[in-house]
Design a protein around this ligand. Structure first.
Ligand code: UD1
Length: 447
């Protein structure tokens, strides 16, 4: 493997640096003063939902994995670094977005409750750990409280590759057969991003062929598959609903640049829809956001692509109410539903939002209503009737995307909005205060 000269090798110092950085700042609230228009440029970070999976893939090889465009400032990245550290992986995260992970020797096969409870994506260590090490114990995951979010598909998929799985004391205990995992057919009854990734990683080192049917097609999965191919994996069908993996003896190190965060991009697009103004979002991929751009344009926004940048504009007129329905990719992303809803609160007329991916993903609704929004929820649909104004209030962040929806609402509300429990926000939005301040927002962290 050719090492990239820019990438660092992990040292005890850099790993220590990560550990000390993980401590909470003590500033747990956000104060937003509404009334700004947003103007300027924002550089989009690497995708959180790809980064976390790439980090887990480091478990599949004893050689270093170099990752570029890594959102190293995210709390989820730091949390997963701790989980991986616990398993024996050295992790070096640099502020300039370069990371090196090296799983020379796996020193533990247990991902403990204390670390996993903070983040559901930790369950993705299960597949790679099992494939490389033959056994894995992972605490049942925590993370955002949106719906029941079981992991049954992950477990059934691994069983199809020969794993023996038991649930004991809140832990998933998985063991590969003697001689390792074997390829198999995995037919998912519905689409799951995490289960597709877990099985895809496990299958890279299983003996023979694995076929995943009804696989998720998210760009982050394609990105992960491409990185695995650079590591020596044999994968076909990425971006389609049938992925075929031919297992190989071993994987090696590689260098990979992580795709831009389409959810962060979409969030700032909705912010312009709400506040007005003009933002140039740099270093992104607008082709990942077709399902968002169509309703944004229908609502009245002006969106222009220029290479890897996109300019989003709303001048003057109110946005028109439009209807959307969340679906697996390439449908409208559930991770942009709350932000789109915040944007619709001030629309002309009404819009309907149907959530089909997660149950119970309307926890931002009562909080938006505290700020003066007019939203009625019936089962998995919400009707948003546009109001003249939102008013600042004290509100509570309940999950990652719900929190950012409240920030967006605060940017346009009259007066001051205080958002509690912003640790949710730090899990997934890199430098959000700095990025929004630079384009004219009044936003700060407070105690
Ligand atoms: C990933 C994303 C998350 C996004 C979601 C859907 C990461 C770190 N997180 O989450 O931001 O909102 O995709 O785009 O990438 N389900 C089961 N059994 C399972 C697995 C899932 O019933 O074993 C259900 C879930 O409860 C949910 C649906 O399937 O209702 C989709 O979940 P899934 O695609 O697995 O989401 P995650 O991978 O957890």
């Amino acid at each position: 493997m050719m090492a990239n000269p820019k990438t660092p090798t992990p040292t005890a110092d850099t790993v220590e640096l990560i550990k000390s950085d993980v401590k909470p700042s003590g500033l747990e609230k956000m104060r937003v003063v509404g009334g700004c228009r947003l103007n300027g440029k924002i550089k989009v970070s690497g995708a959180k939902n790809a980064a976390l999976k790439h980090m887990c893939a480091a478990l599949l090889t004893d050689e270093p994995l170099h990752l570029e465009n890594m959102p190293t400032g995210l709390m989820d990245v730091r949390t997963l670094s701790e989980v991986l550290n616990h398993l024996g992986v050295t992790v070096a995260l640099r502020q300039d977005g370069i990371a090196t992970l090296h799983a020379g020797t796996i020193t533990s096969h247990v991902a403990p409750y204390d670390l996993v409870r903070k983040m559901r994506a930790s369950v993705i260590v299960l597949g790679p750990l099992l494939a490389r090490h033959g056994k894995a114990e992972v605490s049942l995951p925590g993370g955002c409280t949106i719906g029941a979010r079981p992991v049954d598909l992950h477990l059934k998929g691994l069983e199809a590759l020969g794993a023996k799985i038991t649930l004991e004391g809140g832990y998933v205990k998985a063991e590969a057969p003697e001689g390792g995992l074997v390829g198999g057919e995995v037919n998912f009854p519905f689409v799951s991003v995490g289960a597709t990734e877990n099985i895809m990683m496990a299958a890279t080192l299983a003996k023979g062929e694995t076929i995943i049917r009804n696989a998720a097609r998210e760009p982050e999965i394609v990105d992960q598959g491409e990185a695995l191919i650079k590591m020596g994996a044999k994968i076909e069908g990425l971006g389609t609903s049938e992925i075929t993996i031919q297992g190989v003896e071993r994987l090696h190190g590689a260098t990979h640049s992580i795709v831009p965060d389409r959810i962060e991009t979409g969030t700032y697009m909705c912010a312009v829809g709400l506040c007005g103004g003009e933002l140039r979002l740099e270093n992104t991929r607008i082709d990942f956001l077709t399902a968002l751009i169509a309703p944004l344009k229908e609502a009245g926004m002006d969106i222009q692509q220029d290479g890897n940048d996109v300019t989003v504009k709303r001048n003057g007129a109110k946005l028109k109410g439009v209807d959307i329905m969340t679906e697996p990719y390439p449908g409208f992303p559930t991770d942009l539903q709350a932000q789109f809803m915040a944007m619709m609160t001030l629309c002309d007329g009404a819009g309907m939002i149907s959530e089909t991916v997660f149950e119970n993903r309307f926890m931002h609704v009562p909080e938006l209503c505290r700020m003066g929004a007019d939203i009625t929820v019936k089962s998995n649909s919400a009707i948003i009737r546009g109001v003249e104004k939102l008013k600042g209030a004290e509100v509570m962040a309940t999950d990652l995307r719900a929190s950012v929806a409240l920030v967006l609402a605060g940017l346009v509300a009259d007066g001051e909005t205080i958002i509690n429990r912003i640790y949710h926000l730090d899990r997934g939005y890199e430098n959000i205060v700095e990025k929004l301040t630079a384009v004219g927002a009044q936003i700060e962290r407070i105690r």
